[in-house]
Design a protein around this ligand. Structure first.
Ligand SMILES: [Zn+2]
Length: 262
């Protein structure tokens, strides 16, 4: 059903003047949410998160997140984004996300999976990639369209109705902690891996670290550990294989951006 909807919407997208295209891959997207509406919804979610969650003041971990975050942010080449990096002190939640416009949140619980700076760059790069490609806006558009049709969906978004706000928090993985999970589609995951690898390579992080990280996640999954991040980011052999296919291109960018000094 969902795949059928995606095909129909993609066809509509080709015919529509308002069709967006994802960065790097150029994949056509049907997005009903304007940048402004998305930023406004993102801002209220942002305030809510800062009010509810405990921010970590660990100087070493915060310095690492700032360092990784800014290297990836510079590689994203979006000076219009208002980048911010927040570490949430919660070891029980292994999750991370990036709100529209560049507000990145990382839970301390994911650090046992990322382990070091390179691992953190994989997660931050991947989440920033979802934001750059506006995957959340795309998911919201799909969900609202499926529920209520195009005109009503556009009105719900414009008025920031409760349905739109709920669709936003589900689409961005913010509702994961209360059990409302919506895994990204395969196409979006592949795209975020792809863009994330390019960001890492431009930022002079060895793109091979992505293989190491996702293989570690695959093992965690097999051993029965199910971090929140795995619920929204299904990991299997197909994912690892596609990462391998992208590696020669990512390595070329890495070597040309960073020479042999890294
Ligand atoms: Zn993802």
């Amino acid at each position: 059903m969902r795949n059928g909807l995606i095909v129909v919407f993609s066809l509509l997208c080709f015919l529509s003047a308002g069709c967006a295209r994802a960065p790097v891959t150029g994949r056509p997207q049907l997005i009903l949410v304007s940048q402004g509406e998305e930023l406004a919804l993102g801002l209220s979610a942002y305030r809510e998160i800062l009010k509810k969650e405990r921010i970590s003041h660990d100087p070493r971990l915060n310095a690492m997140l700032e360092r990784v975050g800014w290297r990836i942010a510079r590689a994203a080449r979006r000076p219009d984004y208002k980048w911010e990096f927040h570490l949430i002190d919660n070891d029980k939640v292994a999750n991370a996300f990036c709100l529209p416009g560049g507000k990145v949140f990382v839970y301390t619980g994911i650090l046992k999976y990322t382990r070091d700076e390179d691992g953190l760059a994989v997660v931050v790069g991947h989440e920033v990639a979802h934001a750059l490609a506006r995957h959340g806006a795309e998911r919201m558009s799909m969900a609202l369209l499926a529920q209520m049709g195009e005109a009503a969906a556009e009105a719900a978004l414009r008025l920031q109705s409760p349905q739109a706000i709920k669709a936003f928090s589900v689409a961005y993985g913010l509702a994961a902690n209360v059990g409302l999970l919506l895994p990204y589609s395969r196409a979006q995951e592949f795209e975020a891996d792809y863009i994330g690898l390019i960001l890492m390579a431009r930022a002079c992080y060895d793109p091979e670290s992505a293989l190491v990280f996702w293989q570690r996640m695959l093992r965690a999954n097999k051993e029965g550990f199910r971090p929140v991040f795995l619920s929204t980011h299904p990991t299997d052999r197909a994912r690892i294989q596609r990462l391998r296919q992208l590696m020669p291109k990512a390595r070329r960018i890495f070597l040309s951006s960073c020479g042999g000094s890294y």
